[in-house]
Design a protein around this ligand. Structure first.
Ligand SMILES: Cc1cc2nc3c(=O)[nH]c(=O)nc-3n(C[C@H](O)[C@H](O)[C@H](O)COP(=O)(O)OP(=O)(O)OC[C@H]3O[C@@H](n4cnc5c(N)ncnc54)[C@H](O)[C@@H]3O)c2cc1C
Length: 421
């Protein structure tokens, strides 16, 4: 039987308040407007902007995305020569390149507008011990690169990039592991520890991305073990909270209390969550309680509650807001002002994906807030699942143009008007 997620009250009055802080006024803060497309696209030449326009115009059409995805998958399988086309279009928009070296130009461009880079090695679907070891080595390279400059404030990894999904799930459901599986999990723990230890040694902060609910408990356990090892002096390891899960807010409260009791800093990346349809479908098919909130409004409410909670507990929590939602960013900016927190407080970051929501990233950075972009990279065919998700996200919904398409169109119109004056 399918069980719907529970409804929760919006009453926040009985939330735990572990360490309230004195609130001071903060006056000299620049206002932020996410509508300013001149700042958002300041680094794009007319040619580049027109190219971006055509790309988003195509992605805006649902049928183009569907057909394009279908044909690209077939063409790649048949080894047809379409890589150059992909590289010059969608890959160029959303990825930094195929290697760290390729990303250097993007790192510099973002630096020029005071936006940091988070090198995200985005290879997906590789599932062998050899590929897990290679991915670990590549992430170590991103940590080394991050340690060389302030332009790269965080590193990041996905546990499924270095461990098999089946193993993570078997551990989550409490299966008894055979000798081989135990050795496999020892290797996973070793890889995770190698990454977090190197981040600690190089003074680089590292995100652990959140994934599907049926492996997330295992990921959480690994992340908190790492925080207990490396977050006692400063926040190094950050775990990700998906606020589309109705349990996440109470987990955040629970984990804050635990971090406090054990004396380590809690690193928190707040997101809404990327696997909604997959989660709902599986819960329905396998007849367990849907882990996702009943409505988008419930997700938004918990996202805001989590922002406020993290800001209130900033003496122990360091937070990064991974979102393209303008209202959430505004909510955070307003509460930072209210709590007297400086825009460039090193414990508060905003992050968006490369090629998306530049109106948020560039305008926040221009007003002095800490901002970074995930810059995905990797061989073209292995980052395709990531690119398909971006294309899907940017198609029009209910006849409305996608936000990105509207913003680029507005900026082109603005430039035309300026020239004709
Ligand atoms: C820097 C960065 C890092 C990220 N890291 C991760 C990560 O580690 N793990 C991960 O899972 N995702 C991650 N994401 C993706 C993120 O979870 C969202 O999918 C994406 O950002 C869209 O959400 P939003 O807050 O930007 O915007 P919005 O457009 O306001 O929200 C869309 C989101 O709302 C939620 N939602 C939509 N409809 C409903 C509904 N009916 N009921 C309940 N909830 C609903 C879904 O989560 C959906 O993705 C990351 C995003 C960014 C920008």
């Amino acid at each position: 039987m399918y069980i719907a997620p529970p409804k929760r009250s919006t009453d926040m009055s009985n939330r735990s308040n572990l360490m309230p802080e004195a609130v001071q006024g903060f006056t000299n803060v620049k206002p932020v407007s996410f509508e300013d497309t001149s700042i958002a696209f300041s680094s794009q030449s007319d040619f580049k902007l027109r190219k971006t326009y055509w790309l988003f115009a195509l992605m805006n059409k649902g049928w183009v995305v569907k057909l394009g995805t279908f044909f690209i998958k077939i063409a790649l399988r048949l080894h047809l020569p379409i890589k150059l086309l992909i590289k010059n279009t969608i890959f160029d928009q959303f990825c930094g390149g195929e290697s760290i070296r390729d990303c250097e130009k993007t790192i510099r461009n973002l630096h020029d507008v005071h936006v940091g880079t988070i090198l995200d090695y985005s290879v997906e679907g590789e599932d062998t011990e050899k590929s897990f070891d290679e991915t670990t080595l590549e992430i170590l390279r991103t940590i080394e690169r991050a340690s060389e400059s302030k332009d790269i404030p965080f590193s990041v990894f996905k546990v499924t990039g270095i461990a098999s999904m089946e193993l993570l799930e078997a551990i989550q459901i409490g299966d008894s592991l055979n000798k081989e599986q135990k050795a496999e999990f020892d290797r996973v723990m070793h890889r995770v520890d190698t990454l977090c230890r190197r981040a600690y040694e190089r003074n680089v902060r590292i995100f652990v991305d959140a994934e599907e609910s049926w492996i997330q408990d295992t990921i959480d356990t690994l992340a908190y073990e790492m925080m207990d090892r490396y977050n006692h002096e400063r926040p190094v390891v950050y775990n990700t909270y998906q606020m589309y899960r109705w349990e996440s807010f109470s987990h955040l409260q629970r984990d804050t209390a635990e971090a406090h009791a054990k004396g380590y800093y809690l690193g928190v990346k707040l997101v809404r969550g990327a696997y909604l349809e997959k989660e709902r479908l599986r819960a329905h098919e396998e007849e367990y309680q849907d882990p996702i909130q009943a409505t988008k409004e419930d997700t938004d409410r918990d996202f805001n509650m989590a922002i406020e909670f993290c800001l209130e507990h900033r003496d122990i929590i360091s937070m990064c807001l991974g979102t393209h939602n303008e209202e959430s960013c505004e909510y955070c900016v307003d509460h930072m002002k209210e709590f007297g927190i400086a825009p460039d407080d090193s414990h508060i970051y905003f992050a968006q994906l490369l090629g998306m929501s530049d109106n948020i990233s560039y305008n926040l950075a221009n007003a002095g807030y800490n901002v970074a972009k995930y810059v995905p990279y990797g061989p073209v065919d292995t980052v395709m699942p990531y690119l398909f998700r971006r294309a899907d996200e940017n198609k029009s919904i209910a006849g409305q143009s996608s936000r990105e398409f509207t913003l680029v169109s507005d900026e082109l119109k603005r430039r035309k008007t300026c020239r004709s004056k």
